[in-house]
Design a protein around this ligand. Sequence first.
Ligand SMILES: CC(C)(COP(=O)(O)OP(=O)(O)OC[C@H]1O[C@@H](n2cnc3c(N)ncnc32)[C@H](O)[C@@H]1OP(=O)(O)O)[C@@H](O)C(=O)NCCC(=O)NCCS
Length: 200
Amino acid sequence: MPIRAFQPIDMPGLYDVCLRTGDSGQDARNLYANQHLLGHIYAGPYPTADPGLTFVLADSQGVAGYVVATADTNAFEHWCEENWWPPLRKQYPAILAADPGDGSQDWLRIRALHEASPTHDEILKNYPAHLHVDLLPRAQGAGAGRSLIQTLITALRARGVTGLHLGVGSGNPGARKFYLAMGFREARVQAWGSTMVLEL
Ligand SMILES: CC(C)(COP(=O)(O)OP(=O)(O)OC[C@H]1O[C@@H](n2cnc3c(N)ncnc32)[C@H](O)[C@@H]1OP(=O)(O)O)[C@@H](O)C(=O)NCCC(=O)NCCS
């Protein structure tokens, strides 16, 4: 399946893949009444804020995978604070950030978009870029994840970026092994999972 640079027509596909892989790599559709919340947080802002660093895997069935990234996490977060979060906070007011007790996770994502704030982390000094990579099951296990990461690395190097980081949840050990196979090392292990880094 060919990899190409993100086009605006890919945005619905990005959101769809994000949701279908949003439960520690598994389908998260049954966790959300609002099927767009995950994409609003983990997919949409990247190609909008930092064009040129999102790549998709697509065929006649649609988008089957992507890597989204930013070259400069702090600049990205400030951009989100000014441009991305305000309309979302207005559309999904903080009153919805309370657990309705029905097992849905919408409230957690709404809380996250209200509480998002710029990261103060020494890791950003040497590893300012970060990414999210997700593939539908039909695209997994055939080298596409590796190709997406390599494509992104080439684009980041062309911009002179020196380091890349990401977070992987403890509930997704397969993804952690994938990142180790890609050359990332575990810089920090926290309760929720690991922060992994790669020198470029
Ligand atoms: C994790 C993911 C991106 C990997 O992409 P992929 O295309 O399936 O992986 P590749 O086929 O390119 O594999 C590349 C290497 O990683 C290893 N790898 C990939 N998935 C692995 C797994 N689940 N367990 C162990 N190793 C794995 C492969 O063995 C391969 O190693 P090798 O080259 O030394 O043989 C993909 O499976 C995926 O999107 N999963 C669901 C969403 C997800 O979990 N995203 C990450 C969120 S942090």
